[in-house]
Design a protein around this ligand. Structure first.
Ligand code: COA
Length: 348
């Protein structure tokens, strides 16, 4: 059975850099608070008019496709992971298919937030292993800057997130010393509301929270209401400490699951590329697994948390910096809203 290799990888981040100091013009915060709690020093925000989740994903995809030595017409399946799509529907996958003038191939959208890219990779890997597709484009992209509360009320969430995209091309290899060895996916829906954006949605809390008056609102007008805007209910909610506590347990668990499944131990890792949620979480994981500094890649300092884009952006930068060579053991790991968490272990 063939294994998947990353034949090409590319990234795109917007030009606009927003430092922690820049955020102070919108909210009561400080560089010290943000750096100390998260490690983040700056993030990129997409151009308000021209750049979208899809356009950033398309730019990253062009680089990945070129580096794979193929053309957009060679791609036979698209998987697009994001929580900030251009449209509520359809998803971003078809926008990539159209923009790159691809054949009438399948386009799948993945909604798994911070673990979206690793989940997407896992789906693509199944099609490669079964011989269904030969060139799969997997994209992670986010435009968070359009949907965050930049007032002091939303500062615990908005200082963390940034915009950006990255993409890979998966291809099959018969080389026994290379490829994606295994993927491991998990979820625990008991904590679904701890890190969530509730509206617009179809949940029953519209009535309970007074977001819609079911007696007066005409049928069809409850999905979005003035009350949601007035009550600032269109922003993400997060219990940061609860997320932190779960993440520092589940990250090491799912990384160890990947290593044990393939008879490796942490010291065998050339590089761990964790989802860039918070530098303190990555440092905690590093400490738990007794990894050296050079075994863990972090770039949250420059980009913040870019959710579905964070793992592939970090992987792309690590590869561009020459930190990953053919045959190296590389582990990708992610944790996020849902909660969902996942890992993928490669022989690069
Ligand atoms: N600037 C300044 N003060 C802030 C602030 C900000 N951006 N955000 C929150 N605060 C304040 C709070 O209002 C609170 O003030 P109070 O003590 O007067 O009430 C104080 O800082 C402490 O807030 P708390 O939420 O307890 O801080 P924390 O130490 O838990 O750090 C996070 C907050 C969000 C940085 C931290 O919990 C975290 O990183 N969690 C994980 C989040 C994550 O990774 N999310 C993505 C998952 S994929």
């Amino acid at each position: 059975m063939p294994r998947s290799i990353i034949a090409g990888i590319g990234m795109y981040v917007p030009k606009n850099v927003y430092t922690n100091k820049d955020l102070m013009q919108y909210m009561d915060t400080s560089d010290e608070w943000i750096v100390e709690r998260t490690g983040i020093r700056e993030r990129r925000f997409a151009d308000r008019k021209g750049e979208t989740t899809a356009t950033m994903g398309i730019e990253a995809a062009k680089v990945a496709i070129e580096r794979a030595g193929i053309t957009p017409q060679d791609i036979d399946f698209i998987i697009f992971a994001t929580l900030s799509p251009d449209y509520y529907f359809p998803g971003c996958g078809v926008l990539v298919q159209r923009a790159l003038q691809m054949k009438e191939i399948g386009a799948l959208d993945v909604r798994n937030q911070c673990s979206g890219f690793v989940y997407a990779l896992s789906v693509g890997d199944q099609y490669i292993r079964t011989g269904t597709y030969k060139n799969i484009l997997v994209i992670g992209s986010e435009k968070h800057s359009f949907g965050l509360d930049f007032s002091t009320r939303g500062r615990n969430v908005s200082v963390i997130f940034g915009d950006g995209a990255a993409a890979v091309v998966l291809q099959p290899t018969e080389d026994p010393n290379r490829g994606l060895l295994s993927t491991h996916l998990h979820s625990d829906g008991n904590d679904a509301e701890i890190l969530a954006m509730f509206n617009p949605g179809t949940h029953a809390n519209y009535w309970k929270e007074g977001l819609a008056d079911f007696d007066e609102a005409p049928v069809g007008q409850m999905f979005m209401s003035h009350s949601m805007v007035e009550k600032a209910q269109l922003f993400p909610n997060m219990d940061g400490q609860a997320v932190f506590k779960k993440a520092v347990v589940k990250f090491p668990e799912v990384i160890m699951e990947a290593l044990r499944t393939n008879n490796y131990q942490p010291s065998d890792l050339k590089l761990l590329v964790p989802h860039q949620a918070n530098l303190r979480i990555s440092q905690f994981v590093q400490h738990t697994l007794k990894l050296r500094d050079d075994q863990v890649y972090n770039n949250i300092q420059r980009y913040g948390n870019t959710t579905a884009a964070s793992v592939p952006i970090a992987l792309c930068e690590a590869w561009q910096e020459g930190k990953i060579q053919p045959g190296d053991l590389v582990c990708l790991a992610a944790f996020g809203s849902g909660f969902t968490w996942a890992s993928a272990l490669f022989k690069w």
